[in-house]
Design a protein around this ligand. Sequence first.
Ligand SMILES: Nc1ncnc2c1ncn2[C@@H]1O[C@H](COP(=O)(O)OP(=O)(O)OP(=O)(O)O)[C@@H](O)[C@H]1O
Ligand SMILES: [Mg+2]
Length: 512
Amino acid sequence: MADAQVFFDYINEGYTTKGDAIVLGAAMLEGKTITNALVKVPLKTLNRHGLIAGATGTGKTKTLQVLAENLSEKGIPVLLMDIKGDLSGLAQPSPGHPKIDERHAQIGIPFEAKNFPVEILTLSEQNGVRLRATVSEFGPVLISRILELSEAQSGVMSILFKYCDDNKLPLLDLKDLKKILQYASDEGKDDIEKSYGRISPATSGSILRKIVELEQQGGDLFFGEKSFDTDDLLRIDENGRGFINIVRLTDIQDRPKLFSTFMLCLLAEIYATFPEQGDSGRPELVIFIDEAHLIFKEASGALLDQIESIVKLIRSKGVGLYFVTQNPTDVPDAVLSQLGLKIQHALRAFTAKDRKAIKLTAENYPLSDFYKTDEVLTALGIGEALVSALNEKGIPTPLAATLMRAPMSRMDVLEEEELKTLLDNSKLLKKYNETIDRESAYEMLNEKIEIAHQKEAQEKATREKEAARQSTSSTSSRSTRSTRRTKSTFEKVLTSPTVIRSVLGILTKMMK
Ligand SMILES: Nc1ncnc2c1ncn2[C@@H]1O[C@H](COP(=O)(O)OP(=O)(O)OP(=O)(O)O)[C@@H](O)[C@H]1O
Ligand SMILES: [Mg+2]
């Protein structure tokens, strides 16, 4: 047996930090927990991203919960993508359990039951603060990426955005976007062609089909007002704890495209709005994506490129991204290679393919004199994981099989009543859930078209009347035609101009 004292010293030295750190648990050697050999992640390297992986039921989500709690306690806000809906328990203290006490006695840190400040967000009509953004805010480049448009189609999209901007037509939701497309190949064709060039009906037809596809995945739900201000993700409660913002995505599992779209948009928005961070020694926001394979599963090459670039860039804004998934191979290599913290729960070797995956995973961890990594990977128990972090100098810490600490909050979900109370007390809910029905491109173009039709009808009637008079020389003429003129909102000057954020600029930079 390797010397436990040597191992203890090795772990303690490898995990000593100058600044503040989060304790994950205690290191294990040959299946035994070495009390007080604490495995820690320095706050300083938490913006270097990470991975939590492992077979089903091995403790990934609880590890996520532990990290979220400890970040909150250090005053760092957190954003959680809750696909299975099993994280709301963060808002209530753990009821405790003798097994939890035993776990913590082995680790060498006291167990305290606590609840945390939680905000529930939603993309759909579920209970929670609505997360929405307008089409204008996304800008033509991002919308084109989301819709996976060709270069020619993206060009058309840029023209349409420009036309709407020039004509003060707000593009809020997908209905607006569909309307302008239809208008461009119909009533507005000549007008647009004069100043911006011709748009072929075939091109606008194929763009339209892509929009309909996105709508069918429920994409229309998150385009619109009131648009979410990402600063609201950074709230700290009255006790100095960071808010844990939980996005409930239980209805998104079968709509991976929508999920990757949403994630990319959110990350682009955060990147666009957060200030550049110097070396503050701690992250501004940490984002966890549970069931992360869903974002990569159906993402096209272009979308993947985009995600990879933004993962790289967002670090400088003090934002850490953590992917939680069963198999590390679910995450593309380009993303995997950027991850600083790796928490690998047990993998199961049922098939030859599994064994290959385990070998591959083991090779991605630092070498260790104390472990045979592939063997440890299959031997880990529930709530145990192989950990490799980055120390404050950015160098990988010693590989440590770790008995993870237990969540301080409830490991189960909130009851209906508890959820209701939480939502009733939410300040954000009041801010974002009012329904705004601002006049946008859809209504304004409809009105414009109607006025054009009225004008045409009027002219036609005048012509007919003239012709009739000439042919019959009739003297009686009944003029009952309505002279009511619809007040055109299109002509009104909008008080708030369309804001097209600089997403275009950012993406151009990113693509370089
Ligand atoms: N750190 C921990 N402390 C105490 N119990 C734990 C811990 N981690 C896991 N467990 C126990 O293991 C169970 C399964 O954990 P968890 O839900 O995190 O698994 P998972 O890997 O996310 O599974 P899935 O892939 O199915 O989502 C928990 O309900 C809990 O009872
Ligand atoms: Mg889970």
